[in-house]
Ligand binder design. Structure first.
Ligand code: FES
Length: 697
C-alpha cells in the first residue's frame, strides 16, 4: 500500500475503511477519498489503455482538467480524480472507448430550476474566498460555486508557511491553515451560499450560467455580477514519453500527497524551477519521496531564491540551463533523460544525462482559467476576474486581489462600502511582485550574544520575521515589504526566543548563540521534517544556502514546541568559522542523484502533443509545413484538440509548434472553443437527476 502514514506537518485523520472492486478483485479504500486515490494507494497506476495506440493511461492533473484518468465505475465512465469511491463500487479500467449505454425510446424531461443571485463567484480558492468574505461583511448575497468537496483551492494543498504580509494575508501561516481560516470566516456570513462539488459548465448568451450542482443536478443561475476566481491550469510539455503513467502535473502531485495522503512516487524528477516546482519538491521530501533532481531551462530558477536554496540544501541537485529530452519506460516512468541547452534552448548533443526515477513532475508554468470571464464579457454580463484567473501570481496576491474585487463588486452593485483605500492597490501590486534583486553583500556578524543570520538575500514580498520579533529588532521597510530584513540592535537585546526562525516561510533564518562558548556557538536551525528522523542521530550534515556541505556537527538539542505548528528547531554546536554560513540540514543522501551510464535518444516527432487523441508532434508539424494555418483544419484532419479535455492540455503546445516553425500566431486561426467547459452526461441538461444509468447517457 502506498499511503503516507506519517507526515511532519499534516495530521493523518482516521477514516473508515471500505471495500471496492477493481476488475472484480476486492481492495481496501478509505471513506471519502477519490477513486484515483484509492487506486494509487493500492499501487494501481494504469487506469486504462488508449483506443488509438493502446498507450497506458493514468492520472495527470488530479483536478478534473485533463480527462486522462477515466475509469468505468458502476458501469459509468467517470474521471477517477473527481469521483468519490463508494462501498462496493465496481471499478474497471477504461479500455478503448467506453460503450454507449442503451437509450430508452423517450426519456423523461424534467424542468430545470432557475435562480437569480446578485453575485456569482466561480471558484472557492484564495481569491474567491477573500472576495466572498468582503461581500459577506456587507451582507450581500453571494453564491460561491466550487468544483471540489473542500474550499481553499490550492491553499488546501500547501503545507508550507506563506510569504507576503502578515497583516494583509496571514503570512507566516501554513497554506492549509489559511484555507481553514478563510472557510470558517465565510461560514459566519449568512448571506453567502456555498455550492461545493459543483461545476460551472457554461456562460450563455442569455446571461444565464449553467451549473452542475453537487455533481448531478443541472441548474441555471442568472447573476447580476460574476467574479471569475477560477485559478489557473498547468501547462503541459512536449517531450518523448510525456504521457507515461508517472508523469504528473505539480498540482496533481500536491493533491495526491498533501490532500489524499497517498505516495504516488518513490523517486521523483522535477521539470521546472519556478515556485511551483520548487515547493512541490519540498513537499515530496516531506512525504518521504526521494527527489533525484530538478531542471530549469533558464540560466537561473524563476522561483524565490529561498525556495531554491531550501531544496538545494536538502540535497536536491538543481540543473539550470537544462531541458528534459525524454521520460523512458514502457508501462510507466523508469528513467528520465535531460540535456544542457544552448542560448536558444536547443539541447546540446553530448550533454545528455539519464537518472533512474519512477515519476516526473511537470511544473513549467500556469495559464489562467479565464474562459468564463471571456464569455461573460462577450455577453455583456458585468464580470470581474481575481487571483490567477486575472494574473498568475502567488496565492497571497490572489487573496488580496479577491479582497479588492469584493469591494469593487459591491460598488458595481451600487452598495455604499466606502472608498477603497489607495494603499490596498499598492499592497496588491507588491504582493504580485516577481522575485527581485539578490543582495550579495557580506554582512559581518559580531561573534557575541545572540544574532539572527538572514539567508534571505532576494527582494520578495515577505515580512513575518519583522512582525514576529517581540523585541522589534528586525526591520523590513513597512512601506515596501520586498526589502530584505535587517537586524537593528546590539548584542544585549536579542533574547533568542526563536520566533523569527520558526515563522520564516523560507526557513531562511538561523540563530547564532555565542553566550556559552564564542569559539563553538550554538546554531539554531528550523527544520520541517519528522522528529523521528533525528531521534537516534548524534550528528547532522549542515550545508550553506547553495547546498554545499560544511560538515557533520553534533546535535545539542532538538526542540519540538506545539505553538510552532510543527516547525522543529535543531541546535548544533559549530566551529565559529562556519557558524554564520550554516543554513540548513541535509535530509537526502547524495548517492541517489548519480546519473545512469547511458541515455535515451530524443525523437521529437514521436512526442505526443494531444494526449486525449494520441496525436504526435510529427503529424501536426507535417500539416503546418504543408501550409495549414487554421487549427480547426488540423483538428479535423488529426483529431488533435478534439478529445475529452477540450484542448485544455494541447492548445498551447500546438501554438508552440507553430512558433517553432517560425510562424507568428497572428497568422494562425485558433481552434473554436467548446461552449461547455467539461464533459457531462446529456441527461443532465434534460433535468434527469436520478443517478441511474441506461437513461439516455
Ligand atoms: S487526472 Fe483526472 S482529469 Fe486530469
Amino acid at each position: 500500500m502506498s499511503r503516507i502514514k506519517n507526515h511532519p506537518i499534516l495530521s493523518i485523520p482516521y477514516r473508515e475503511c471500505i471495500e471496492f472492486f477493481w476488475q472484480g478483485n476486492p481492495l481496501p479504500a478509505l471513506q471519502g477519498e477519490t477513486i484515483s486515490a484509492a487506486l494509487l494507494a493500492n499501487d494501481i497506476k494504469i487506469l486504462g489503455h488508449h483506443h488509438k495506440d493502446g498507450a497506458p493511461q493514468s492520472i495527470f492533473c488530479a483536478n478534473g482538467q485533463c480527462s486522462q484518468c477515466m475509469v468505468i465505475a458502476n458501469g459509468r465512465p467517470v474521471k477517477s480524480c473527481m469521483e468519490i469511491i463508494q462501498p462496493g463500487m465496481q471499478v474497471e479500467p477504461a479500455e478503448n472507448l467506453p460503450a454507449l449505454q442503451n437509450v430508452r425510446d423517450s426519456a423523461q424531461f424534467n424542468p430545470i430550476e432557475e435562480i437569480e443571485v446578485p453575485v456569482l463567484i466561480i471558484g472557492g480558492g484564495p481569491a474567491g474566498l477573500s472576495a466572498s468574505a468582503e461581500l459577506g461583511k456587507l451582507g450581500i448575497h453571494v453564491l460561491l460555486v466550487d468544483d471540489k468537496h473542500r474550499l481553499g483551492g490550492k491553499l488546501a494543498l500547501q503545507t508550507h508557511r506563506f510569504f507576503g504580509s502578515t497583516d494583509a494575508v496571514f503570512a507566516g501561516t501554513r497554506g492549509i491553515n489559511i484555507a481553514t481560516r478563510l472557510e470558517k470566516e465565510i461560514d459566519q456570513y449568512s448571506s453567502i451560499e456555498v455550492w461545493r462539488n459543483s461545476s460551472v459548465l457554461a456562460v450563455f448568451s442569455d446571461k444565464k450560467v449553467g451549473i452542475l450542482r453537487d455533481g448531478r443536478t443541472y441548474m441555471l443561475v442568472t447573476p447580476q455580477v460574476i467574479l471569475a476566481a477560477t485559478g489557473a491550469r498547468e501547462r503541459f510539455l512536449a517531450f518523448r514519453g510525456n504521457t507515461l503513467p508517472g508523469i504528473f502535473g505539480a498540482g496533481a502531485f500536491q493533491t495526491l500527497v498533501n490532500r489524499d495522503l497517498v505516495k504516488p512516487a518513490n523517486k521523483l524528477f522535477i521539470v521546472g524551477g519556478g515556485n511551483v516546482g520548487l515547493i512541490a519538491g519540498y513537499h515530496a521530501l516531506q512525504a518521504g519521496i526521494e527527489v533525484v533532481g530538478l531542471i530549469e531551462a533558464l540560466p537561473e530558477c524563476g522561483g524565490y531564491k529561498v525556495h531554491k536554496d531550501k531544496l538545494a540544501r536538502m540535497g536536491v541537485p538543481i540543473y539550470t540551463s537544462h531541458t528534459i529530452i525524454s521520460a523512458n519506460g514502457t508501462d510507466g516512468v523508469e528513467s528520465v533523460t535531460i540535456a544542457m541547452v544552448d542560448d536558444h534552448f536547443h539541447p546540446i548533443p553530448g550533454t545528455e544525462l539519464s537518472f533512474a526515477c519512477d515519476s516526473v513532475l511537470i511544473a513549467v508554468g500556469l495559464e489562467s482559467v479565464n474562459e468564463f470571464y471571456i464569455k461573460a464579457k462577450e455577453y455583456n454580463i458585468p464580470v470581474f476576474a481575481a487571483g490567477d484567473a486575472e494574473e498568475i501570481a502567488e496565492a497571497s496576491a490572489a487573496m488580496y486581489s479577491g479582497k479588492i474585487k469584493g469591494r469593487e463588486i459591491a460598488q458595481a452593485l451600487g452598495i455604499d462600502s466606502g472608498t477603497i483605500p489607495a494603499d490596498w492597490y499598492r499592497t496588491g501590486e507588491i504582493l504580485k511582485s516577481r522575485p527581485g534583486i539578490i543582495h550579495n553583500d557580506e554582512i559581518a556578524i559580531p561573534e557575541q550574544g545572540v544574532r539572527p543570520v538572514f539567508h534571505c538575500t532576494q527582494e520578495i514580498p515577505c515580512d513575518p520575521c519583522a512582525s514576529m520579533c517581540p523585541q522589534g529588532l528586525i526591520f523590513i521597510d513597512p512601506t515596501d515589504i520586498r526589502k530584505i530584513p535587517a537586524f537593528q540592535a546590539n548584542e544585549a537585546t536579542c533574547t533568542g526566543c526563536e520566533r523569527c526562525i520558526t515563522f520564516c516561510p523560507g526557513l531562511a533564518i538561523t540563530l547564532l548563540d555565542y553566550r556559552k562558548d564564542a569559539d563553538f556557538p550554538t546554531v539554531a536551525i528550523p527544520f520541517e521534517f519528522s522528529y523521528e528522523m533525528l531521534k537516534t542521530k548524534q550528528t547532522v550534515t549542515v550545508l550553506d544556502t547553495s547546498g554545499q556541505v560544511l560538515g557533520d556537527l553534533e546535535i545539542v538539542k532538538v526542540e519540538q514546541v506545539a505553538s510552532r505548528d510543527h516547525t522543529l528547531v535543531v541546535k548544533v554546536r559549530s566551529p565559529h568559522e562556519i557558524a554564520s554560513r550554516i543554513a540548513g540540514i541535509r535530509v537526502q543522501e547524495s548517492n541517489l542523484i548519480q546519473p545512469m551510464n547511458h541515455y535515451v535518444q530524443h525523437i521529437p516527432d514521436d512526442t505526443i502533443i494531444c494526449r486525449c487523441e494520441r496525436v504526435t508532434a510529427g503529424e501536426i508539424r507535417q500539416l503546418i509545413r504543408q501550409g495549414y494555418r487554421d487549427i480547426n483544419e488540423i483538428k479535423a484532419i488529426t483529431r488533435a484538440a478534439m478529445g475529452a479535455c477540450g484542448s485544455k492540455t494541447c492548445r498551447s503546445l500546438i501554438h508552440r509548434l507553430f512558433r517553432d516553425e517560425g510562424i507568428f500566431l497572428t497568422e494562425v486561426t485558433d481552434s473554436t472553443r467548446r461552449p461547455i467547459s467539461m464533459e457531462v452526461p446529456l441527461k443532465i441538461f434534460a433535468g434527469i437527476d436520478n443517478g441511474e444509468v441506461n437513461q439516455g447517457e
